[in-house]
Design a protein around this ligand. Structure first.
Ligand code: NDP
Length: 502
C-alpha cells in the first residue's frame, strides 16, 4: 500500500534565507504505511547549528525584525498566514505522509496552523506594557515587553506543522529571531513553512531551520550559548535533558512534555456524546497525542453499558492508508515505536486486564508493509498497572471504574503527568468542583481534545514548564524591562549637603 506518487523530496537547511547542504551525513524518511522512501534531509552538525544561530543572532542584534513596529510585524505575519492558507492541502499531505496521520485529520490541523499565525499577528499588533503613574510626584515608570532574543524551537513528530505553529508565530510576534529543529521523521512541512515565511517578507535571518537528529542537532542547538530561549515539545525524558542544559546556561525554557489524560464520565452525562468523544480522544492520531484521553474513568453505575458502546464505536474505525479519505487510524510513526506500543499491549494482556477490542498488530489487507496497531481497549485495569500509569503514545485505552467524585479525582490525579484531563457531567456543580481539583494545565468539560489559539496550553508536574499559545504563549518569548523616570529632585541620604555649595 502506498500513499506516495512523487519522487522523494530532498531538503537542505535554511539559514539566512539560503539553502545550506549538510555538514554531516544525510537522513532519510520512509512512509510509515508502506516503507516507501519519501524524503531526504540534511543532518546538522555543530558547524551548521553555529551558522544558523549566528544568522539568528545577527538578525536579532542588528536586523530589522525586533525593531519593527507591532503593526508591521502583524502585517507580515498575516501575509505568512495567507500563504500557509494557500498551501494548506500540500502541507497537510506532507504531514499525512510522514507522520502516517489520516489526511482528514491533517487537514483539520492545517486550519489550526493558519488560525495560530493569524492570532499571533493580532498579538503583535496589540501587545502593550504597563505604566505606574502614582509612584511619587515627578516619578513615573513604565515596563515594556522586550523580545528575549534568539529562540530555539524544537518540534516533535506527532503534529509537525501544528506544534511549529504553536511556537514560531508567537516567537516572531514577540520580536524574537528563531532557529527551528523539526523532528528527524517529519521535517518537510517545517521546511516548506519556513520558505513561506520568507516569501511573506519576514526577514530571512529571523527564521532559520536546521534538520537532523535529536541527540546531535537538537542537543547542540538547545545548549548553544548564543540561544536565549528554548521552546521544546517532546518527551519528558528529553525535556529533562534540555532543562538541565538550559539550567547550566541560564536560558529561559518552555517545556511541553508527555501526558496521560483522564477522561472522566459521570453517570449523569450525555452518554451518547461522551461515547463519541471517548473514542475520538483515545484514538485521534493513532493515540500519538500528548493529550490523548488514554485513561477512561467511568462511573460504576453506567460503566458496563457505556464501555460496551465505546467498544462498539471503536470497532467501526477504519484503519488504513493515511492518504485514503475514509481512514480514521493510520500507522504508528516507526517500527521501534510499534514495538514499544506492542510491549504495552503485551503488558496489558499479562496483567488481569482484558482487551475487549483490538490488542494486536494488524498485518492483513495490505497493512503488512506498515506499522499498524488495532485500536485497543483494556477493561479491568488496576490503577497500578503500567498501561494505566505510563504514556503509551499509541491506540491503547485503559478503562477504570469509579464510585463518586472523590474517587474520580483521586484516580485522575494518580499520575506523574498533568497536561490535560476531561470530564463529562450535566451537573454544573460537579463540573466546577471536579475541574478545580484535577491537576492539569487544561480541563475540558463536556468536550475533549479541544482548544483555540487564545487559550494557553501547557502542563503541571512532569508534563512541563510554561504555557504555549495565546497571550501567555507570546510572553514565553518576552521579558519585561522597566524604565524609571524621575523628573524632579530626589532626596538622597548622601552625599550630605552641609550648607552652602560644594
Ligand atoms: P522526543 O523527546 O524524542 O523528541 C522531540 C524533539 O526533540 C524532536 O525534534 C527530537 O529530535 C528532539 N530531541 C531528541 N533528543 C534531543 C536532545 N537530547 N536534545 C534536544 N532535542 C532532542 O519526543 P518525540 O519526538 O518522540 O515525541 C513524542 C513525545 O513528545 C511524547 O512523549 C509526547 O507526549 C510528547 N509531546 C508533548 C506535547 C505537548 O505539547 N506537551 C505535544 C506532542 C508530543 P528527533 O526527532 O530527531 O529525535
Amino acid at each position: 500500500m502506498s500513499s506516495t506518487t512523487t519522487e522523494p523530496r530532498r531538503y537542505d537547511h535554511l539559514i539566512d534565507g539560503t539553502s545550506v547542504p549538510s555538514d554531516a551525513d544525510r537522513l532519510i524518511r520512509r512512509d510509515p504505511s508502506s516503507g516507501q522512501l519519501v524524503a531526504e534531509y540534511a543532518h546538522a552538525g555543530q558547524g551548521d547549528v553555529d551558522l544558523a544561530v549566528a544568522a539568528a543572532r545577527r538578525a536579532f542584534d542588528d536586523g530589522p525584525w525586533p525593531r519593527l513596529s507591532g503593526a508591521d510585524r502583524a502585517r507580515l505575519l498575516r501575509r505568512f498566514a495567507s500563504l500557509v492558507d494557500g498551501a494548506r492541502e500540500r502541507l497537510a499531505r506532507l504531514d499525512s505522509e510522514e507522520v502516517g496521520k489520516p489526511i482528514s485529520i491533517a487537514r483539520g490541523e492545517l486550519q489550526g496552523v493558519v488560525a495560530h499565525i493569524e492570532y499571533a499577528a493580532s498579538l503583535a499588533h496589540t501587545e502593550r506594557g504597563d505604566a505606574w503613574t502614582t509612584l511619587d510626584t515627578d516619578f513615573v515608570a513604565y515596563a515594556s515587553q522586550v523580545p528575549l532574543g534568539v529562540a530555539a524551537l524544537v518540534v516533535p513528530w506527532n503534529f509537525p506543522a501544528l506544534i511549529l505553529a504553536q511556537k514560531l508565530p508567537y516567537a516572531l510576534a514577540a520580536g524574537c529571531t528563531t532557529v527551528i529543529k523539526p523532528s528527524e521523521f517529519t521535517s518537510s512541512s517545517a521546511v516548506e513553512m519556513v520558505r513561506l515565511a520568507h516569501e511573506a517578507g519576514i526577514p530571512a535571518g529571523a527564521v532559520n531551520l536546521v534538520t537532523g537528529l535529536g541527540p546531535t542537532t537538537g542537543q547542540t542547538l538547545t545548549s548553544h550559548p548564543d540561544v536565549d530561549v528554548v521552546s521544546f515539545t517532546g518527551s519528558t525524558q528529553t525535556g529533562r535533558l534540555v532543562a538541565s542544559a538550559a539550567g547550566h546556561n541560564l536560558k529561559r525554557i518552555g517545556l511541553e512534555l508527555g501526558g496521560k489524560a483522564a477522561n472522566v464520565v459521570f453517570a449523569d452525562a450525555d452518554l451518547d456524546r461522551a461515547a463519541d468523544a471517548a473514542v475520538y480522544a483515545a484514538f485521534i492520531n493513532q493515540g500519538e497525542c500528548c493529550v490523548s484521553g488514554a485513561r477512561l474513568l467511568v462511573q460504576r453505575s453506567v460503566a458496563d453499558e457505556f464501555v460496551a458502546e465505546v467498544a462498539r464505536r471503536t470497532r467501526t474505525l477504519r484503519v488504513g492508508s493515511p492518504a485514503d479519505e475514509a481512514t480514521d487510524i493510520g500507522p504508528l510513526i516507526h517500527g521501534e515505536h510499534l514495538e514499544r506500543v506492542l510491549g504495552y499491549v503485551t503488558a496489558g494482556h499479562e496483567s488481569d486486564a482484558t482487551a475487549i477490542t483490538g490488542g494486536e498488530r494488524l498485518t492483513d489487507d495490505g497493512l503488512d508493509d506498515g506499522w499498524f496497531v488495532a485500536p485497543t481497549i483494556f477493561t479491568g485495569v488496576a490503577p497500578t498497572d503500567r498501561i494505566f500509569q505510563e504514556e503509551i503514545f499509541g491506540p491503547v485505552l485503559s478503562v477504570v471504574e469509579f464510585d463518586d467524585a472523590d474517587d474520580a479525582v483521586r484516580l485522575g490525579n494518580d499520575t506523574v503527568y498533568g497536561l490535560a484531563n476531561a470530564l463529562w457531567t450535566s451537573d454544573i456543580a460537579t463540573a466546577h468542583r471536579v475541574s478545580a481539583r484535577l491537576r492539569s494545565g487544561t480541563v475540558w468539560v463536556n468536550t475533549n481534545v479541544d482548544g483555540a489559539p487564545a487559550l494557553a496550553f501547557g502542563g503541571t508536574k512532569d508534563s512541563g514548564i510554561g504555557r504555549e499559545v495565546g497571550h501567555e504563549g507570546l510572553r514565553e518569548f518576552t521579558e519585561s524591562k522597566t524604565i524609571q523616570i524621575r523628573s524632579g529632585n530626589r532626596q538622597l541620604p548622601f552625599p550630605r549637603r552641609t550648607g552652602g555649595t560644594a
